[in-house]
Design a protein around this ligand. Structure first.
Ligand code: TRP
Length: 73
């Protein structure tokens, strides 16, 4: 896959201190980036050749092509 060809997703923080954590693609699954969002901040990101999974910690709305998820529900 080319670097910029992955699906986009949107994270909107509903609280201060929401963490968006990128996990590496491949044999070794580990955290490679943690982004901290404060209330109302929005992160738009993609899955890439470096990122195969994302973990969201805290109160947030996550929008993907598969639907929208509220972490509190
Ligand atoms: N350097 C990372 C990458 O290209 C940047 C990144 C993309 C990222 N999507 C992410 C970091 C999701 C955290 C969460 O893969």
């Amino acid at each position: 896959m080319e670097t910029n060809q992955g699906d986009y997703f949107v994270i909107k923080a509903k609280d201060n201190g929401v963490h968006v954590i990128g996990l590496t693609r491949g044999q070794d699954t580990r955290f490679h980036h943690t982004e901290k969002l404060d209330k109302g901040e929005v992160m738009i990101a993609q899955f890439t050749e470096h990122t195969s999974a994302v973990k969201v910690r805290g109160k947030a709305i996550i929008m993907t092509r598969y639907g929208t998820i509220d972490t509190e529900q």
